[in-house]
Ligand binder design. Structure first.
Ligand code: BDR
Ligand code: CA
Length: 303
């Protein structure tokens, strides 16, 4: 199940998952983050229509963090409607009546030990699911998440990564729960980049999916170039799908973490202890990616 706030990199992540025959996407759940909940849900439905998969259930989730109001979307990162102004077909389906956290519980209960929760957005829906059903960790095979900055600075603040910063209380609950968590933070996702030539190649495929990606990515590329001074464009969320598909592309370390939930400049910062004993750890921090293989995977699948 993919919990997402599309978002340009979320869109590429969803399309990578939908075009990967090894994965069965059981459902998509949406949350506020890159945009408000109505827009992220609409974007998820439209992306499923684009990929020809309107049959996949979509559960609309949280409109705001557990403890705070939503700070509002940042148009400069993902564009006015969250997808860089790229044209998309109209949604061909509507969200199911169950809210996201209930859909997560429902599907986990129905498939005990089989489900990977891939969370590429603020962790509010996962925290709500944990609160509503304490047995959830027994049923979920593992959680793969994009979020955090463990050994390097943040992106939304000097100390915090955006998905964790948007709801540190939720992140703390997800890290504390007794399930296996595999976390891809900025440490690895800033390595998972595309160059201009990789982006341009999507425009030569002649498929609706590749055309959409070629139209959406330049906005994200421009944000990273102009605002962050980064020539290559990070694919944060697609890295989490790639990890779910093929862990052999990555290196990781066991860790223990504490999420800062205070007000002020440290909010969302993650204090990280690496090298904990295996008995003492259920958290894997992903540290390195095989970049040529990641780029090849995206080029081969996203079309
Ligand atoms: C994360 O924040 C969002 O803007 C992206 O979609 C990604 O999930 C990166 O910090
Ligand atoms: Ca995201």
């Amino acid at each position: 199940m993919i919990d997402t706030d599309p978002g340009i990199d979320d869109a590429v992540a969803l399309l990578l998952a939908l075009r990967s025959p090894e994965l069965h996407v059981e459902a998509v759940t949406t949350v506020f983050g890159n945009h408000d909940i109505a827009t992220t849900t609409d974007n998820a439905l439209a992306l499923l229509a684009l990929a020809g998969r309107p049959d996949i259930p979509v559960g609309q989730g949280a409109a705001r963090p557990l403890a705070r109001p939503f700070l509002g979307h940042r148009e400069e990162v993902h564009g006015a409607r969250g997808l860089g102004g790229a044209p998309l077909p109209a949604p061909q389906s509507a969200p199911v009546t169950q809210p996201a956290h209930e859909l997560i519980i429902d599907r986990a209960r129905a498939h005990p030990g089989e489900l990977t929760l891939v969370a590429i957005a603020p962790l509010t829906n996962l925290a709500l699911a944990l609160q509503a059903e304490p047995r959830l960790p027994q049923w979920v095979a593992r959680v793969v998440l994009m979020g955090g900055a463990y050994t390097r600075p943040g992106n939304i603040t000097p100390l915090a990564e955006a998905n964790v910063y948007h709801d540190p209380e939720a992140a703390a609950q997800v890290f504390a729960a007794p399930w296996s968590v595999h976390a891809l933070g900025l440490d690895v996702t800033l390595q998972a980049t595309l160059e201009q030539a990789d982006i341009a190649r999507f425009g030569t495929r002649g498929t609706p999916v590749a055309d959409f990606v070629a139209a959406a990515l330049p906005f994200y590329q421009q944000f990273y170039r102009a605002r962050k001074g980064q020539p290559a464009t990070p694919m944060h969320d697609p890295a989490a799908i790639a990890y779910t598909l093929d862990q052999s592309l990555f290196q990781m370390r066991l860790a223990r973490v504490t999420v800062d939930q205070s007000d002020g400049p440290r909010r969302g910062h993650i204090q990280t202890t690496l090298e904990v004993a295996p008995d003492d750890a259920h958290l894997h921090i992903v540290t390195h990616i095989d970049l040529p293989k990641f780029r090849a995977l995206l080029a081969e699948r996203v079309q």
